[in-house]
Design a protein around this ligand. Structure first.
Ligand SMILES: Cc1cc2nc3c(=O)[nH]c(=O)nc-3n(C[C@H](O)[C@H](O)[C@H](O)COP(=O)(O)OP(=O)(O)OC[C@H]3O[C@@H](n4cnc5c(N)ncnc54)[C@H](O)[C@@H]3O)c2cc1C
Length: 127
């Protein structure tokens, strides 16, 4: 299923020489807007991107300044103002752009658009 989870798994399998097919119920990559921003944390999301071998592409998507933090009290007095110095552990990217680098990293035909899965089976032939 080609959202971030299925595409990342397909990419990691591909990096390790294992072919896969991803079935997606939606008719095409343009079937719907992908939504907004994602924080990609260093302890989970970034580990997945690294396993997928796509860190360079990922760094190209990061929106600078989105990790700035400002706390104010009820009068608007600034209590904390921490700039985004690039060292934060959860940079933000656009969900659709992250999906696109995953789609671009897979062999043509990996994703079968417009194919809704109705059941699964485990094969006993896997060595
Ligand atoms: C408002 C919001 C904000 C979030 N913010 C963050 C964030 O900042 N950082 C972060 O890491 N995570 C965030 N998440 C979580 C993140 O979106 C999910 O963890 C991630 O999208 C899960 O990916 P997925 O591929 O497992 O599932 P999904 O993204 O849900 O994709 C499932 C796909 O499967 C397809 N599908 C469903 N049924 C079938 C079927 N029977 N056959 C074929 N295809 C099917 C769907 O069409 C869809 O494309 C947020 C989630 C929400 C809702």
């Amino acid at each position: 299923m080609p959202a971030l989870g299925g595409l990342t798994l397909a990419r990691v399998l591909h990096v390790h020489g294992i072919p896969s097919t991803v079935y997606e119920a939606e008719s095409s990559p343009m079937a719907r807007v992908q939504g907004g921003m994602l924080d990609i944390h260093d302890y989970n999301g970034q580990l997945a991107v690294e396993a997928a071998g796509l860190m360079d592409e990922f760094h190209g998507l990061i929106l600078e300044g989105r990790q700035q933090l400002r706390l104010v009290d009820r009068d608007g007095t600034v209590l904390l103002d921490k700039a985004d110095d690039g060292t934060g552990g959860r940079p933000e990217v656009q969900r659709g752009e992250l999906r696109q680098i995953l789609l671009d990293s897979l062999p043509a035909g990996t994703v079968r658009w417009g194919h809704k899965v109705s059941g699964t089976a485990v094969s006993s032939n896997i060595p």
